[in-house]
Design a binder for this molecule. Structure first.
Ligand code: NAP
Length: 258
């Protein structure tokens, strides 16, 4: 299927690895030129070079922490963008009693206020041009909160509320915003969560993964390319009538079909 976005320009945040990388590759496969971002310059440059070589699109990089106002200014200065994919690392797991105000502020900065600032920066240009697509990478925990991810549950709920209103305010201008909610995908993030279970329960990392896979109806972790394909579709011309949705990609793990 031609996604109808060849030659458009996308900012894909936190994209040297994992789900962001999956989104960057799927957009590049659709002919979209990219601005890629991550904090670590070396892995970012390697990812950009790989994507240039495989897909023949233009790729520039901005190495910075996208959760800070300085980082947000730097990535936005590389605009204008037709497509924005917001993403950043997720907060650590823990117990409700572990977290103080500073932990919440860090989580809100990373997973709520950063995507909001990026949307505020990118939306005016999209509205002016009458076309835009935004995908926020959030989490399955938005629909089925995960007990040990209280910081993530809290920050992502705030972003979800913001997008519910904003997506409907910008839709009349041809700008479409949706959230993509990953369940467990095979990335460094899931490996570190498995490593936590491994340490706590005295099992191997493979056993921790197998135990978690057994709870997923699809009996496997998702791949970044599965996630990226859906992201590219939501950024496509065909997605013009999909507005303000929270789309789960979790192998059926959360049984919310009714
Ligand atoms: P990952 O494999 O750990 O990859 C994270 C990527 O983001 C790397 O490229 C990393 O590069 C970059 N990054 C992290 N923090 C950044 C920052 N502050 N500024 C700029 N770049 C940053 O993570 P992932 O599994 O793809 O997860 C992506 C998001 O989805 C996270 O918020 C996570 O909580 C959420 N999620 C993931 C899963 C899953 O199973 N994988 C499930 C639910 C939700 P640098 O370290 O070099 O910056």
């Amino acid at each position: 299927m031609d996604l109808g976005i060849r030659g458009k320009r996308a900012l894909v945040c936190a994209s040297s690895k994992g789900l962001g990388r999956g989104c960057a590759e799927a957009l590049a496969d659709a002919g979209v030129d990219l601005v890629m971002n991550a904090r670590g310059a070396e892995a970012l440059e390697a990812a950009a070079a790989d994507i240039r070589a495989r897909f023949g699109v233009r790729v520039t990089t901005v190495a910075c922490d996208v959760t800070t106002p300085e980082g947000q200014s730097r990535v936005l200065a590389a605009g204008p963008f037709d497509i924005l994919v917001t993403n950043a690392g997720g907060p650590p797991p823990g117990m409700w009693s572990d977290w103080d105000r500073d932990d919440f502020i860090r989580a809100l900065d990373a997973n709520m206020l950063a995507p909001i600032a990026l949307m505020k920066g990118a939306l005016p240009g999209m509205i002016e041009r009458g076309w835009g697509r935004v995908v926020n990478i959030t989490s399955g925990s938005v629909k089925a909160p995960i007990p040990q991810l209280g910081l993530s549950n809290s920050a992502r709920a705030g972003l979800t509320g913001y997008v519910a209103g904003t997506s409907r305010q910008v839709a009349p201008h041809g700008v479409v915003i949706n959230n993509l909610l990953p369940g467990i995908h095979a990335t460094d993030r899931s490996a570190s969560l498995d490593a936590g279970v491994m340490a706590a329960d005295g099992i191997t990392q493979d056993e921790a993964r197998a135990r978690r896979e057994a709870t997923i109806p699809a009996r496997t972790y998702g791949r970044p390319q599965d996630f990226g394909a859906m992201c590219a579709f939501l950024c496509s011309d065909h997605a013009r009538f999909i507005v303000g949705q929270n789309i789960l990609i979790d192998g059926g793990a959360a049984n919310l079909s009714l």
